[in-house]
Design a protein around this ligand. Sequence first.
Ligand code: GLU
Length: 601
Amino acid sequence: MRFRRTITLTALAALASVTAPPLPAQAHPREPATSPTAVGFGGAVTTVDPTATAVGLGVLRRGGNAVDAAVAAAATLGVTEPFSAGIGGGGFFVYYDARTRTVKTLDGREAAPASMRADSFVNPATGAAYAFAEARVSGLSAGVPGTLLTWDEALRRWGSRPLSMLLGPAVDVADRGFVVDETFRSQVSENAAAFGQFGSTSALYLPGGRPPAVGSVLRNRDLADTYQLIARRGVDAFYRGPVARDIVATVQRPPVAATPVGAWPHPIRPGGMTLADLAGYRVGDPAPTRSSYRGLEIYGMSTPSSGGVAVGEALNILEGFDLSRMTPTQALHHYLEASALAFADRNRYVADGTAPSVLRELLSDRFAAERACRIDPTVALPKPVAPGVPDGSYGGCAAASAGSVEQPEHGTTNLTVADRWGNVVEYTLTIEQTGGNAMVVPGRGFLLNNELTDFNFTPTQGDAVDPNLPAPGKRPRSSMSPTIVLSHGRPLLAVGTPGGATIITTVLQILVNRIDLGMTLPEALAAPRASQRNSATPQAEPALLAGPAAPGLDALKHRFVSTAEIGSATGLEFLPGGRVLAAAEPVRRGGGAAAVVDAGR
Ligand code: GLU
């Protein structure tokens, strides 16, 4: 279902009255002061970026609600975190409504164009799947963006301010500029070869042919203009009007520079997105996934994300074990094994279009009990483990078979907001890889996503059907796992993170850390991470590999590959007495920014 809204002139007038985010008035903007943890009253915002957090907080302070603040913060992330978030991408929005005490979700996932085929990522000349980089930096990988309609839809249903007004602070940041930090510079640097192929991208992000210097001010006037056009003319300007035409032109005729900056080893292929694909895009509103864990209710994102089902299944498996009484090594061992089992099932069964009855079985306690019986406390199962059979008839343990391989993915961000009325937003948005498909839409200031590379390029499930092959209009399977945990019907925790398929394991590990292992929420976020996605080579951060549990995990035959960082989470915990604890990463991706409306009392 899709609702469109025309922004009224009254709303447009309101744009002028929006105060700027708390950037100093001088020519050279500075980042607002930042802290990864905050405790207080009256609402809270936590994102990866201090400017976005300040914008969200400003909206709450001026009487906006959590949805208003989340949209304003997300629009700002589109400016300051353009390689992870933006109107060229998609995401999943999970909302707790305090008045009705219900959790609702919006599916703003990018959709495949009508021209997509099961073999669209297979090179017709060779019969082999394209290399990932070749598929990514192409028009083929760009899905129809869902982010802007997600904002519009969330505001229409639950917001209290018009989109035109909430875009105001982001317009200001884009227009005045923001200070480039080390994370931003290194994200450009890692993508310099891809960005350098497109004149529009290099003009914006490779000034003088180089990544912008740390401390320099980056302005994005094209994006400011695009946001203002949307504020004036509504989302139709994007989905049917002039921006739609520019998106289609970019996909169908990638804007390759006459003189690229650096070399790119692959041909840059066009895609088939059309104006009809954009005009036909709809935001979905699936029922959230729901499961219980140690007396708490866990709400997550259903298909086309696999996040809610996989996190829920893994928790159901773990519920059969008392992690709180285990050694740290055994608790991690069980977490890793439950995650591998849930991933085997996710890979086999979960994607856009999975029947609700299958999702229900995957989240059933009886299925989890059968899966749990596979965990051996004395040794890690050889990976990949085979999927189970969620057919409603349980009792035995399944036999092993082959699993699938995941691509590395990084271009996502997460934000968490609560307001004084008790509404909560957990929102993960993405353009897939850091830098999406590397094409800034000329004259419009935003990058296109490469979300369609989240489809499997060729079948991964042996003789069984692969649920995640491309098809017209289909949405690629996501791992995004915005999660809200209720206790007796009231919010207790909200958490989410980027990180591709590691999103599922990071959210799971944070929940286990907080609920079972006695950590505070900031500790649960900061703790070293490991990610087992049904692979013979699970990942772990260096701090985990140097930590006290490592020798025991090695003895249990977990063979980790060291990975510098897994995820970049944000979260909230609702404390007794109406206080809220906001947490962001202290270190990963340069640290995030948490803030509360009222730190006093
Ligand atoms: N495309 C990924 C997904 O939807 C997210 C990318 C990331 O977080 O790195 O699962």
